[in-house]
Design a protein around this ligand. Structure first.
Ligand code: PMT
Length: 399
């Protein structure tokens, strides 16, 4: 079920104060289920011990001592051959120069030279070193050869100066790594559209009719689709969340805007996953000016919003459409009715009465119902796990 359980990342760590961030990166990748083999340069071991990495990855961490150990003659080849991706984070100006020139004088540069898998480099150095024409030339050469360079970013540097040289934060690097690891997944070449969050209907410039959707389930679906290699457009109502790296984010506010954006995005799409909680009604007499309390209770007139799923079905229907049903009563009956009336391939029935499922929380408890009427009741699980299972269904439906 977890697409990362079969994945292996070779993480090279070279001598920069940003080594402490590499520990967090190794930990985050391990928590995703990825097997992380860490190789430290001599200089890196001055900043952080191999044991630190071993403790977070649960696997042996290698140093240049191992290069000359009993397995030394094949270690660099073995490490890079077994990897799906080589990441060097932090990569110093010195290691960049070696990589750009095909120099291989330690275990990391040997493995990188021997490797045929994608290479992601996260530079970290002082601003002056980064700006130096030699470093810039090295970065250009490596980019031309297909290396993925992420960062560095601007901010406070260890020298006490400010400038471009800080290693990209581990959480952001994880986004890039997920994208690269998923690239050849079962949805590679597929176009998936996800809607997320609760739409908002204006009453006046200050007030809106909104709902409790946080966008968590929709964003988890977008990430799960990226993890399987899909090209993802995320049509999102306002949320506090950061969009997964690699998605094409289309930010909207109202149901009408979501309709337009979804119709546009689904042209030529393979699948639509409609997790958004769309306002069924909008205010017809919304005010351009703030409504004053002194004027008394306003008379708000409502009209029905368009049904987005219906509109997509009537326009350029993607091969697979997954709807969601947030219900407080007669969950399965109502969800089955929506599956039928909205001509869906799959519906995710969400019991919103449970405190640990539905809106806002990190977990969900859903039942999947397909066109044949067959039902799969899932136990309480994280919204990420629900998303993975839904995407597995999408993969099967697209076959
Ligand atoms: O965002 P979270 O806090 O993580 O919460 C997740 C969720 C509870 C919002 C999500 O899991 C969910 O159930 N989303 C659908 C909520 C909903 O509004 O369901 P509905 O029964 O009103 O609509 C049924 C389907 O029709 C949905 O796929 C909905 O997106 C779609 N719809 C609804 C109204 C409308 N005008 N057009 C639509 O296309």
């Amino acid at each position: 079920m977890n697409p990362f359980e079969s994945k292996r990342v070779l993480l090279g760590v070279t001598g920069s104060i940003a080594c402490y961030k590499a520990v967090d990166l190794a930990s985050k990748l391990t928590q995703l289920g990825i097997k992380v083999d860490v190789v430290l340069s001599d200089a890196a071991t001055k900043f952080v011990a191999p044991l630190t990495f071993q403790s977070v990855t649960g696997r042996r961490a290698y140093t240049d001592q191992d290069l000359w150990g009993p397995e030394g003659h094949v270690l660099h080849v073995g490490l890079s051959k077994d990897a799906d991706l080589i990441v060097i984070a932090p990569v110093t100006a010195n290691t960049l120069a070696k990589l750009a020139n095909g120099q291989a004088d330690n275990l990391i540069t040997l493995a990188a030279l021997a490797g045929t898998v994608p290479l992601l480099l996260a530079p970290a150095m002082d601003g002056g070193m980064y700006d130096h024409p030699a470093t810039q030339q090295n970065l250009r050469s490596l980019t031309e050869r297909g290396a993925h360079i992420v960062g560095p970013v601007s901010g406070h540097l260890a020298s006490g100066l400010s400038g471009q040289g800080r290693m990209t934060e581990p959480s952001e690097l994880v986004g890039h790594i997920r994208c690269l690891l998923g690239a050849k997944g079962p949805l590679a070449g597929r176009k998936v559209v996800v809607t997320a969050g609760g739409t908002q209907e204006a009453i006046d410039p200050v007030r809106v009719i909104a709902n409790r959707s946080s966008g968590k389930q929709g964003y988890a679906l977008a990430q799960a689709a990226i993890d399987l290699g899909a090209g993802v457009t995320l049509v999102s109502a306002p949320t506090a969340l950061t969009a997964p790296f690699g998605v094409n984010l289309v930010a909207i506010t109202s149901a009408e805007e979501m309709l337009d954006a979804t119709l546009q995005a689904t042209k030529g799409a393979d699948a639509l996953l409609m997790a958004a909680a769309v306002a069924d009604f909008r205010v017809t007499n919304s005010s351009q000016k703030k409504i004053k309390r002194a004027g008394g209770v306003p008379d708000l007139e409502l009209e029905t919003n368009p049904d987005i799923l219906q509109a997509v079905t009537n326009a350029s229907r993607p091969k697979v459409i997954v709807g969601f049903a947030a219900e407080s009563d007669d969950l399965l009956k109502n969800a089955a009715h929506k599956l039928e009336s909205k001509n869906l391939d799959l519906i995710v029935a969400n019991d919103i009465r449970a405190v640990d499922a539905g809106f806002e929380v990190d977990t969900n408890r859903v039942t999947l119902i397909d066109r044949s009427g067959s039902k799969e009741e899932l136990a309480l699980m994280s919204k990420e796990d629900v998303a993975r299972i839904v995407l597995e269904r999408v993969v099967k439906l697209l076959r």
